[in-house]
Design a binder for this molecule. Structure first.
Ligand code: PBE
Length: 307
């Protein structure tokens, strides 16, 4: 029964990814000499008053839409939605041509290692302060599968850890292979996650996630660790809302992809009574509007409204 349901949700996720092409291919006019005489360049006009977003269900997209409402400097702007992959491609293309671009960004993320980028200051605090990435599991897991529960509870790592897996995947390594390689090199950390647990023989675990780079990395690493402990693990990509719902309804084991307190605050409020919050697996995450460092703009307030 839940499989069918998940399949339906999976198809929804797949469909939303195919909408990508529409919003993202537009290359901007040559604008490398954009800064006119004094003051800032009119990036608003050059960008057609568009922030390059990611999946429609992402918290950072909702926050960017709030920012459009909150900041006078963003009056008349829109947030285009597509996918995280399409955003990364648009960002890479803009940087190659030294064109302006404003994306909905987050860290940890390989883009900060690969490119020279900066977060725009957010004096109104629309994107919140530092975020944590937390682990959520279904109710009853502790009793049914104590070893899986304990591993998920003990899973904690750093921005450097996740970033190295993300970078490896970005450079072309398959997520599963990147996860195995990281585990191989970080046995101390991994044994702190499996500490006090026993190996099992083929018990099933199903993790859900969203196809965001951070979550592809973390979910593959945790899945691989669980496999090495004898679990039969499946990982299923969904949209953000359905991911929370699947855990809250007990259809799946859990997820390691809850960005709080801000990014997924609404979803947490909706589902927190129906799932088990295992706390942070990573601290010091962040979301915001991100631009290439060569852009002559420091704050969201430096952008120009559509007149
Ligand atoms: N993200 C990455 C997600 C959370 C993880 C920032 C794209 C979001 O905005 O919902």
């Amino acid at each position: 029964m839940f499989n069918l349901n998940l399949k339906r949700l999976g198809i929804a996720a797949g469909l939303s990814l195919t909408l990508v092409a529409a919003g993202c291919g537009s290359s901007e006019e040559d604008s490398s000499n954009a800064s006119g005489g004094e003051g800032e360049a009119n990036y608003g006009e050059q960008l057609d008053y568009t922030i390059t977003g990611i999946e429609a269900g992402a918290g950072v997209v909702a926050a960017a839409q709030d920012a459009v409402k909150e900041y006078d400097s963003l009056a008349g702007w829109e947030v285009s939605t597509s996918s995280s992959g399409a955003m990364a491609t648009a960002l890479g293309d803009a940087i190659e041509n030294e064109e302006p671009i404003v994306v909905t960004g987050w860290s940890p993320h390989w883009k900060f290692e690969k490119y020279d980028l900066k977060y725009l200051k957010d004096p109104k605090g629309v994107f919140g302060e530092a975020e944590k990435i937390k682990t959520m599991v279904r109710k009853g897991l502790k009793e049914d599968k104590p070893n899986a529960y304990k591993i998920l509870d003990q899973f904690k790592w750093s921005s450097e850890d996740i970033q190295s897996v993300m970078l490896d995947i970005n450079e072309g390594t398959a997520p599963e292979e990147a996860a195995k390689a990281w585990i191989e090199k970080n046995q101390d950390k991994v044994s702190s996650w499996t500490k006090g647990t026993e190996k099992v023989d083929g018990k099933s675990v199903e993790l859900v996630y969203v196809n965001w780079d951070t979550e592809i990395a973390s979910t593959n690493v945790v899945a691989e660790v669980l496999k090495q402990q004898g679990f039969d693990v499946t990982i299923t990509p969904l949209n953000n809302g359905p991911m929370w719902e699947a855990v809250a309804e007990g259809e799946v084991t859990g997820m390691v992809a809850a960005w709080l307190p801000g990014t997924h605050g609404d979803l947490y409020a909706e589902y927190k009574d129906s799932l088990v919050d295992l706390g942070a697996n990573l601290k010091g995450a962040k979301i915001g509007l991100v631009v290439p460092s060569y852009m002559d703009v420091e704050s969201i307030e430096d952008l120009q409204p559509k007149e």
